[in-house]
Design a protein around this ligand. Sequence first.
Ligand code: AMP
Ligand code: GLY
Length: 425
Amino acid sequence: MKVLVVGSGGREHALAWKFAQSERVETVFVAPGNAGSALEQGVKNIEIGSTDVEGLVNFAGQEGIGITVIGPEGPLDMGIVDRFREAGLHCLGPTKTASKLEGSKGFAKEFMQRFNIPTGRYQIFSDLADAKEYVRTQGAPIVIKADGLAAGKGVVVALSEDQAMLALEQIMSEGRVGEAGQTVVIEEFLEGEEASFICICDGKTAIPFASSQDHKARDEGDLGPNTGGMGAYSPAPVVTPEIHQAVMTNIIKPTVDGMAAEGAPFVGFLYAGLMIDSLGQARVIEYNCRFGDPEAQAIMMRLDSDFLEVCERALSGKLEGYELSFDQKTSLGVVLAANGYPDQYEKGHPISGLSNQVTNTKVFHAGTAVKDKKVVTNGGRVLCVASLGEDIMEARTKAYERIDLLDWDGMFFRKDIGHKAVTRR
Ligand code: AMP
Ligand code: GLY
């Protein structure tokens, strides 16, 4: 079977790499992909952008693609799954309506309230003065979230009232995130430890992947600005077997049942971003309607099951009773970023050391391109170096060993990925 993966990041390289290991997969196409997917065995890039929905539908039809899997949220929010379905093509992901779980934070909050899914207290505002008044009554810390998709720039965790007011001004009146900020959700600040809980769903049943934890802050010690994610590892020990069970019962099942009951059954990857408090209670910080990046890189390192099979089951409504199997080892992925990320950064620097090998490590590409036969930087998050180890310590040592062999002008990375799991030991 031919498979198409839509997107160009580290997540898409990891998904394509995993698909290529499946015996029944003939070729994996990635649109548009990066240098990593271009060089991967059994994988080919095609020059169609991830939001060129018509171009992707035409390509999938002409090439006889058996399954298309969507990486990023943008095309899902545009209704790419609906368009593929109209064209009689199999595309794994939620419909435009079901994608609102990620595409509108207000929708997600009201949905959770309707189905009693644990989450922080909140209110929704479209008027700046009302929003400010609410902040005054609540005090700080408090969290301001643009309603729509904002590529990681729509959430401000305000530690003071002044900071919250400034965020409201920027989002609601100065257009910092464009239309996405016309409405905001103001949410209670939740304390605890975060974890990423990702499932594959067929509209009725959700099957969990191994747990993982991202590192959203740019700098060591979880300081600095919010990013798309600077590293991840799996499993996340904060998700004990008891918490895992409770999340399935109190969060994932009611989410899948609720979406079905409202006529928008969720098919695809459902990602619940959780905050787990000191009593072990998990609450939803946000939903994503796709795989996480860099969580995908860490999780795919451990996935033993055939990825094509589970995707086919999700598309045909046959996930009930199925289980995914994972390597017992711990995986860890460290993102190597370009100087200046998450703001302005340079592109086009040649990357050295890519041909070096360290056992049980894999370099997933994100913002890379091939130029004059050389791999050069082409984005903010450039690579994700992933590893497998007997425990978090070994996984960490291996990943950083491989990183020592890589370099480009302006490369930076966090040296403490996995620190919460290390401290727990
Ligand atoms: P998001 O873009 O929704 O993933 O939010 C970015 C980050 O902001 C999250 O990963 C959390 O670290 C933080 N955050 C979001 N909502 C809350 C909340 N209610 N309480 C505390 N931290 C939050
Ligand atoms: N790593 C967080 C995300 O994919 O949204």
